[in-house]
Unconditional design. Sequence first.
Length: 317
Amino acid sequence: MKLISIVVPCYNEEEVLPLFYEEIQKIMKQMREEHSELHFELLFIDDGSKDKTLKILREMALKDERVRYISFSRNFGKESGMFAGLENSRGDYVVVMDADLQHPPAFLPKMYNYVKDGEYDCATTRRVSRAGESKIRSAFARLFYKIMNKISQTEIVDGAQDFRFMTRQMVDAILKMQEYHRFSKGIFSWVGFKTRYIEYENVERAAGATSWSFWGLFRYSLEGIIAFSTAPLMIACITGMISVIVGIILLIVFLIQKATTIGILSAVFFLSGLQMFCTGISGQYLAKAYMEVKHRPIYLMRENEEIYRSRHEEDFS
């Protein structure tokens, strides 16, 4: 018997959860008919949702014994949600996917076929188009992957998704990486293992609105660069050296030409700006190190299906 754990991070997904549950049930039934050895568990991670997401998960867990959930004490972010799901999964295989159906459940049978014979440790999807995204967002995403792959020794495939079907061995390797600031796209690549990429066209959300803003994605990309490359520190060093040289040249020019006060102030502002930029880069790495040495938990659980049942035993009896 083989157990497949399907991990689904959720944040304010009340509109799409019923649609996802209906769709995933069809796929699980189909896979059971084709592979009688398969069993499933659905592990939803409620990342401090402010809508009725938790209420829906409670109802689903009561009527379907395959449904489990973990509800965080507050919003910790999707990275923490994925880690919690992997850490609490019980399956021989583990799937990570979103609830909004942008990760089509219909891919699961194909993913299983790639992984089950041991030829691949992971099957994942890769978007070949960004239909539905704004041009600015798409351009910044492509730029991020180009920069990341030039300055980091960890290759991140352009368009690769968090939608992954993994063996237990790969999941255990990922869980050994206990850093507080997580960037799963980099972690998935860093641990290695043989991965099969399945190309597909971008799919729109089934319902609701994404919680990812442009600023949020920009911050997330910076997290990735800092987590998997020290190149920005080298850039800061080089920029500092260039600034010193430029400062010396400007000083000589100003002395020869008897520069005005405005010219001197311009040079001061230019050099001060570069200095602050370099200090800021160093500060980002220092801040990340500061947070890591605190050894704070990656997430805190407020409730799961077992706690909920124990609190309401009398209601269920």
